[in-house]
Design a protein around this ligand. Sequence first.
Ligand code: AMP
Length: 194
Amino acid sequence: MKAVCVYCGSSHGASPIYTQAAQTFGRALVAADLGLVYGGGKVGLMGVIADTVMAGGGRAIGVIPELLVNKEVGHEGLSELHVVPDMHHRKKMMADLSDAFVALPGGAGTLEELFEVYTWAQLGYHHKPVAVLNIDGFYDPLIALLRHTVSEGFMRQTYFDLLQIESDPAALIDKLQRYRAPAQDKWSSARDNV
Ligand code: AMP
């Protein structure tokens, strides 16, 4: 593994615990010699993790659409900043540059990005690990909803299990490095059940 894509809030959140977690995760990436791939902004937790990685002597690669360069304040102090035409290019490039995906706490943008790579894994478009860093139980309500989708018959347990859940940054990185993708995707296992 060379680089980890991090999705996180363009805000700081209500508690300083989220900023501390972004700093701890950034330091853990540098300690594991893993590059950061992220949305390229300077605001909120996005800015915090990029600043932490750069200050620790690591590599931070930002990918930002033209429209957001001013709104999310494109970070000028990164190892690389790619300005791309739109959100689709951003998400594709972030995915291509990364060996794993991690969502830290964030808002609708973070959730959208997490669910896109999670569903891509479910469909077998990629075989990279997808994870949430569950700081202070932030993702407990989402995990409960996903368990509900399983118990109500809308998602297989196997696909729930694709999502790696961990509250400790170093333990999560260890989990990502040991991850082996399941052999089957949604459609091949569906065929097996016919
Ligand atoms: P948020 O979690 O809403 O603070 O947003 C975090 C990041 O997600 C920011 O870089 C946003 O630009 C990005 N984002 C916002 N909306 C979307 C979307 N529809 N698709 C993908 N990314 C988004």
